[in-house]
Ligand binder design. Structure first.
Ligand SMILES: Nc1ncnc2c1ncn2[C@@H]1O[C@H](COP(=O)(O)OP(=O)(O)OP(=O)(O)O)[C@@H](O)[C@H]1O
Ligand SMILES: [Mg+2]
Length: 367
């Protein structure tokens, strides 16, 4: 290991336990939920996909967020790519070599390659195509497909999310011999919406799992590397744990904090987090985030960060201080909806909160 950036924690054991769960309940997907930036996508990519391959499954990844208005198309696209990978050898040469050559002239005269071998075209309708693709891919792979759908809460926001969830559910059930699926999502709010989508609650369909945050192993690796860089200086595990909790268990952020501490040569983690939060770099990110919403929404954010009930009379009164604002309950409601969709606010068991705990602290200090 050479730098802080090379520090990675692999969790093959968790991946294997998820695969075992999938194997034990055919047709039922797992839904992994956790806050933003804690390592869900990293896990799919670095742990689940390799373990799936080792178990002779074919992992296929799709990010539904990238295709927000038509998430099912994103799934189909990923399946089509996977099918292409199986059908078409990597290089173009390989590709043309598989088609019977009709005519070949030397020295660039005329090269006429035969038609690509092709199969019956796939159905146009996204729902039918999903069904056909899954079947075709599994047959081609001669084994089960593992569909990894990232940012699945997007389905809850899509215009026809209800029918999409129903389709997904039907295909995963009908083709349970051919395909299994893992969903991940970050928004508790999106999850709640999804749960009540498509007639039957999602939790009867998918098994919902709290995705585990990284533990001491990651913090120990950070401390170890710090110790190598600064002989004689030591980061305390307990302090690292507190700091990690304070920043919302986000590994990339924690690494940045420790990197900055290393640059400054300090070992007090609490001060490290404080310095990091006060750094120009971080402050400008938060200011940009704040400026991405209008003055009224900013007021609502500050109220939530300050722990005030956003729909209370006291909050409404405070919001009147914003020039031009005529706050009403329904205006605050729609502002909250907007902020939730933008990922700035989220709802958890304790109620409405600022999604990023450090941003919340920043707002409190400014508020
Ligand atoms: N196991 C790990 N070991 C080391 N670093 C990690 C690990 N998992 C995640 N990270 C770091 O945290 C960053 C964020 O992880 P990732 O993108 O997987 O989070 P996420 O939960 O998918 O976030 P989002 O909700 O924004 O999609 C990664 O870019 C990586 O640098
Ligand atoms: Mg992700």
């Amino acid at each position: 290991m050479k730098t802080f950036d090379d520090i990675e924690v692999r969790r093959p054991g968790i991946a294997r336990s998820y695969l075992a769960l999938l194997g034990a309940q055919p047709g039922r997907p797992l839904a992994l939920f956790a806050p933003r930036r804690v390592g869900k996508t990293f896990f799919l990519d670095h742990d689940l996909a390799p373990e799936a391959k080792a178990a002779r499954l074919l992992p296929v990844y799709a990010d539904l967020w990238l295709h927000k208005s038509a998430p099912l198309e994103a799934v189909n696209h990923a399946l089509e790519e996977a099918l292409d990978d199986l059908l078409v050898p990597d290089s173009y040469v390989g590709k043309v070599a598989r088609t019977p050559v009709k005519k070949m002239g030397l020295l660039g005269a005329s090269v006429d390659l035969g038609d690509e071998p092709h199969r019956r075209t796939l159905p146009q309708a996204a729902a039918l195509r999903l069904d056909a693709l899954v079947t075709r891919l599994a047959r081609q792979h001669k084994g089960q497909v593992l569909l990894m759908l990232d940012e699945v809460q997007t389905l809850g926001d899509a215009p026809d999310g209800v029918s999409m969830v129903a389709t997904l559910r039907a295909v995963l059930h009908k083709r349970r011999e051919e395909v299994c699926a893992v969903f991940t999502g970050s928004s508790q709010e999106g999850l709640a919406r999804l749960m009540n989508t498509a007639g039957a609650p999602m939790y009867q369909f998918a098994q919902i799992i709290d995705f585990p945050i990284l533990g001491d192993e990651f913090l120990r690796l950070l401390a170890e590397h710090f110790g190598k860089v600064h002989r004689g200086k030591k980061l305390e595990l307990g302090e690292l744990r507190d700091g990690f909790r304070q920043i919302g268990f986000k590994p990339a952020l924690m690494r940045d904090v420790v990197k900055a501490m290393s640059a400054e040569g300090i070992t007090d983690v609490r001060r490290g987090v404080e310095n990091y939060m006060a750094s120009d770099h971080q402050v400008s990110i938060w200011l940009a985030l704040l400026n991405s919403v209008d003055a009224f929404d900013r007021g609502v954010l500050v109220a939530v960060a300050g722990g005030q009930p956003p729909l209370s009379q006291a909050t409404l009164k405070r919001l009147t201080a914003i020039p031009g604002a005529k706050p009403t309950i329904s205006k605050v409601r729609s502002s909250i909806e907007k902020l939730k969709r933008g990922g700035l606010l989220s709802k958890n068991a304790l109620g409405l909160t600022i999604d990023d705990p450090l941003f919340a602290e920043f707002l409190q200090k400014r508020g």
